[in-house]
Design a protein around this ligand. Structure first.
Ligand code: FES
Length: 187
């Protein structure tokens, strides 16, 4: 192979490596490379009524909700506002939020005993009061939690993602820098 061809191959490999293995040690800790975008206003939130927004890429759904009970990672004066990726960690369906005492449309025999995410594809249930940990069903891991901040006016911002990575982004990894690959960040 000619030297010029070898250089071309090497250049392509370097580009591919930079895409698939970005050198971004700070990204694993959270917010420094994630966009900071307003996603809600505290005064507009009603307990148990979720708000949908896309983050960190412009086509990736998340759900934000004021639970009415203090929650792990919750923000706001009551520590009860949380947000999670809506893409189920089992096989990538979009799950829905259920208030305590409610049943999903797909399973009237199930009644939530706390605020949960319920995936109608295969029945995974995520505890929204406890960092979306798995209560039951086939999901192998919790839902990624959106890192939120609130300012003095009550504006709520998404500023990063906690592990694990969003389904479809090196699924099962804790390197959240992968969440920023493969699409266009919001902003
Ligand atoms: S995709 Fe959600 S439980 Fe299977």
């Amino acid at each position: 192979m000619a030297i010029s061809s070898l250089l071309a191959v090497g250049g392509i490999a370097a580009v591919l490596k930079s895409i698939t293995n970005p050198a971004s040690p700070s990204a694993t800790s959270g917010s420094s490379e994630f966009p900071r975008v307003k996603v809600a206003q505290l005064s507009a939130l009603q307990v148990g009524q979720p708000v949908a927004f896309n983050y960190p890429l412009d086509d990736e759904p998340n759900i934000l909700v004021k639970l009415g009970v203090k929650a792990s990672g919750g923000i706001g004066p009551d520590g009860d506002v949380v947000a999670f990726s809506s893409i189920c960690q089992h096989l990538g369906c979009i799950y829905a939020f259920q208030t305590a005492g409610s049943s999903p449309a797909c399973n009237s025999s199930y009644k939530a005993d706390r605020p949960v995410g319920y995936c109608c594809c295969h029945g995974s249930v995520y505890d929204f009061t406890n960092a979306a940990s798995v209560i039951s069903g086939p999901s192998p891991r919790p839902q990624p939690q959106v890192k939120l901040e609130i300012d003095n006016s009550g504006d709520i911002y998404a500023v990063g993602m906690g592990p694990p990575t969003i389904f479809g982004h090196e699924t099962g990894s804790n390197d959240v820098s992968a969440d920023l690959q493969g699409g266009t960040p919001v902003g």
